[in-house]
Design a protein around this ligand. Structure first.
Ligand code: GTP
Length: 593
C-alpha cells in the first residue's frame, strides 16, 4: 500500500465511554464482520479483560475504507503495562479521543491524551453516546477545549450504539490523521509492537514497518535480542487472519517465524534484514522487568505439579512475568513469581484460579531491595523477605522509588495529598489545569504496590488517574517485620517495611488477621515483631467448647453439616502449628485499609 493511503490510529477513551462499541462499529461498517459475528465484542477477547474492563494484549485490526488502509491499534489501559502502551502509541500517527456526551472529560482520559500528544499524534475528538437524553455535546466540546486544550470545533458526534456518525469518524481518520512516513528503499526497520503465543501459529509478532519491506521467506534479525529468524508468515487481522506476502513502510501487521517462546520476541525490539541490516536500532527499547514479587503456593500440596504446568502455560504468553521454584517452611513447595505490578499479579492469580482451577495462597508481595553487606561483602538483590540476612550482616538497604503523576479534580485533592504523605511521598510539583490538579510525587514503590491504586480510586470516587515510572534506588531505614501466629512466625506474611511506619502497619496486620482467622479451641496471640521485639499484638479469644455442644448437641444432621462445612473449609486453610489460617488471609491482611 502506498504511504499516503495508510492511516494508523489508536482509540483513547475513559472506561465505559464506548471504545469497544465504536471499534466494533468501525469494523462492521468497513465490512470486516457480519452482524452475528459482531455480537461478541471483538477487541476485548479475554473474559478477564472484559470483566475488569481493561485490555491486556494489544490487538490490531486492518480496515479498508474508500481506497485507504486504516489500522486500528488497541492499547492496554493500565499503569502496569505503561511500556506496552508507549510502544503501541509509537506505532501510530493519530488517535480518536472518545468522550461520553453525557459524562464529559474524565481524569483518566486526560493522562492518556497527554501520552498521545507526547507521541505527536493528531487527535480527533469523537463525542459519543449523543443518543442519550442527557447528552450535552456542546458542553463536552467546550470542556475538551478548556481542559485538554484541543480544538473541538470539528469534533465528530456519534452514537456507536445506534450506528450514528460512524462514516463521519472514518472520514475524519482519512482526512485528519497524517499518513505515516517511511523509506521503501532503505534497509528494513520494523518495530516489534507486541507478541503473544498462539497454539496453532506459535509466537505471533505484531509489527509496524518503518522503512524497507518485510517479506515472507526473509531472514530477519532482532537487533536487541541479537537473534535471526526466518519469516514464514506475513499477514494482518481483519480481524480474522489474512495472509499477505509482504508489509511495506508504514504498514502494521503480523509475522510468525517459528519462534517458540514470547521471551524471544521482546516488545520494542527492532527487526531488520539479516543480509542488509539497518545501521541503528529504533530508539525507545526498554527491557521490561518484573517489579513486584510474591510466592504462589497450592493450598493442596498435591497440586504442585499442576501449578508448575499452569504457570508454564501462562508464561508462554507473557514475557513480562517470571517464576522460579521456592520452598517455604510452612507452605511447602511453590513458586516465587515476578510481575509488572499488583494488577498484573492479580490477573495471573485469577487466571490460575479460574482457567486452571487451582486454589492458591499468595504470599505478601514485595519489591526488589538492594542490600549492601557489611565488611565489603558486596551487594545482593532481595526478592523475598524470607531471605533477608541477619541485621548484623547488613550495611544498608535501598529500595526502588518512583515518580508518580496524579490527575485529580480539586475536591478530592486534599485526600490524595494525605494518601501520598502517608505513603512517605515527597511532593515535587502541584499545578492546576481547569478544575483539576496535577500532583507529582516521588514515592517508594513498596508503598505503592500493595493497594495505593485502589485507595486512590476509592478516595477520589474513581476520578483520580495515576501514572508512574521508576527513578532508581534510595537508601531507607527498612526492617523486616515478622508476623507470629500462636508464637510461630508465618514466613508467608513477613514483609519489609519502613521503620517509621512499621508500628502502624503491624497493628493493621494484627487487627485484620484477628478478623480473618477463625476462633480455635484455644486462645491465639497474633503478634508483629521486628527482630525479637513485639511491636503490635492482638488476641483471638478461644472458642468455648460448650457453645458448640449446646448448639449442635442434639441435632445429628446439623452436626454433620457442620462437620462437612469444616472439612470443606479445611481445604482452603493452611495449618501453622496448630492454627488454621484461611487462604484469603494472606492477601487480605496486606490491604492497608
Ligand atoms: P471498556 O471496554 O470497559 O474500556 O469500555 P469501553 O470504553 O470499551 O466501552 P464499551 O464500548 O464497552 O461501552 C460501554 C457501555 O456504553 C456499553 O454498555 C455500551 O453498550 C454503551 N455504549 C457505547 N456506545 C454507546 C452509545 O453511543 N450510546 C449509548 N447510549 N450507549 C453506548
Amino acid at each position: 500500500t502506498p504511504l499516503d493511503r495508510i492511516r494508523n490510529f489508536s482509540i483513547i477513551a475513559h472506561i465505559d465511554h464506548g471504545k469497544s462499541t465504536l471499534a466494533d462499529r468501525l469494523i462492521q461498517v468497513t465490512g470486516g464482520l457480519s452482524e452475528r459475528e459482531m455480537s461478541a465484542q471483538v477487541l476485548d477477547n479475554m473474559e478477564i479483560e472484559r470483566e475488569r474492563g481493561i485490555t491486556i494484549k494489544a490487538q490490531t485490526v486492518r480496515l479498508d475504507y474508500k481506497g485507504h488502509v486504516l489500522n486500528l491499534m488497541d492499547t492496554p489501559g493500565h499503569v502496569d503495562f505503561a511500556y506496552e502502551v508507549s510502544r503501541s502509541l509509537a506505532a501510530c500517527e493519530g488517535a480518536l479521543l472518545v468522550v461520553d456526551a453525557a459524562q464529559g472529560v474524565e481524569a483518566q482520559t486526560l493522562a492518556n491524551v497527554y501520552q498521545s500528544i507526547e507521541h505527536d499524534h493528531e487527535i480527533v475528538p469523537v463525542i459519543n453516546k449523543i443518543d442519550l437524553p442527557a447528552a450535552e455535546p456542546d458542553k463536552v466540546k467546550a470542556e475538551i477545549e478548556e481542559v485538554i486544550g484541543l480544538d473541538a470545533s470539528h469534533a465528530v458526534l456519534s452514537s456507536a450504539k445506534s450506528g450514528i456518525g460512524i462514516t463521519e469518524v472514518l472520514d475524519a481518520i482519512v482526512e485528519r490523521i497524517p499518513a505515516p512516513k517511511g523509506d521503501a528503499s532503505a534497509p528494513l526497520k520494523a518495530m516489534l509492537v507486541d507478541s503473544w503465543y498462539d497454539p496453532y501459529l506459535g509466537v505471533v509478532i505484531l509489527v509496524r514497518v518503518i522503512d524497507g519491506t518485510l517479506r515472507k521467506g526473509q531472514n530477519v534479525r532482532f537487533m536487541q535480542a541479537g537473534t535471526e529468524h526466518l519469516v514464514d508468515r506475513v499477514g494482518c487481522f481483519r480481524p480474522k487472519i489474512e495472509q499477505l506476502t509482504e508489509l511495506g513502510p508504514g504498514e502494521i501487521g503480523f509475522i510468525t517465524a517459528q519462534i517458540k517462546e514470547v521471551q524471544q520476541a521482546r516488545v520494542g525490539d527492532t527487526l531488520t534484514d539479516a543480509k542488509k541490516p539497518a545501521r541503528e536500532a529504533l530508539p525507545g527499547f526498554k527491557e521490561v522487568q518484573p517489579v513486584v514479587f510474591c510466592g504462589l503456593f497450592p493450598v493442596d500440596a498435591a497440586d504442585f505439579e499442576k501449578l508448575r504446568e499452569s504457570i508454564g502455560k501462562l508464561r508462554l504468553n507473557d514475557a513480562s512475568f517470571s517464576f522460579e521454584m521456592e520452598t517455604s517452611a510452612a507452605l511447602g513447595f511453590g513458586f516465587r513469581c515476578g510481575f509488572l505490578g499488583l494488577l498484573h499479579l492479580e490477573i495471573i492469580q485469577e487466571r490460575l484460579t479460574r482457567e486452571y482451577d487451582l486454589d492458591l495462597i499468595t504470599t505478601a508481595p514485595s519489591v526488589v531491595y538492594q542490600i549492601e553487606l557489611t565488611h565489603g561483602g558486596g551487594y545482593i538483590e532481595l526478592h523475598n523477605p524470607a531471605d533477608m540476612p541477619e541485621p548484623n550482616k547488613i550495611e544498608s538497604i535501598s529500595e526502588p522509588w518512583i515518580e508518580a503523576t496524579i490527575y485529580v479534580p480539586d475536591e478530592y485533592l486534599g485526600s490524595v495529598l494525605k494518601l501520598c504523605q502517608d505513603r512517605r511521598g515527597v511532593q515535587k510539583n502541584l499545578t492546576y489545569v481547569g478544575g483539576r490538579a496535577q500532583a507529582t510525587y516521588e514515592l517508594p514503590l513498596n508503598e505503592v504496590v500493595f493497594d495505593f491504586y485502589d485507595r486512590l480510586k476509592s478516595i477520589s470516587r474513581g476520578y483520580a488517574s495515576f501514572d508512574y515510572h521508576q527513578i532508581g534506588y534510595r537508601e531507607g531505614d527498612l526492617v523486616k517485620m515478622s508476623i507470629l501466629v500462636n508464637e510461630e512466625p508465618v514466613d508467608a506474611l513477613s514483609m519489609i517495611v519502613h521503620r517509621g511506619t512499621a508500628e502502624t502497619r503491624g497493628r493493621g496486620m494484627c487487627e485484620r488477621l484477628k478478623e480473618l482467622i477463625p476462633r480455635h479451641l484455644f486462645k491465639i496471640p497474633i503478634q508483629a515483631a521486628i527482630g525479637g521485639k513485639v511491636i503490635a499484638r492482638e488476641t483471638i479469644a478461644a472458642l468455648r467448647k460448650d457453645v458448640t455442644a449446646k448448639c449442635y448437641g442434639g441435632d445429628i444432621t446439623r452436626k454433620r453439616k457442620l462437620l462437612e462445612k469444616q472439612k470443606k473449609g479445611k481445604l482452603k486453610m493452611r495449618e501453622y502449628g496448630s492454627v488454621q489460617i484461611p487462604q484469603e488471609a494472606f492477601i487480605a491482611a496486606l490491604r492497608m485499609g
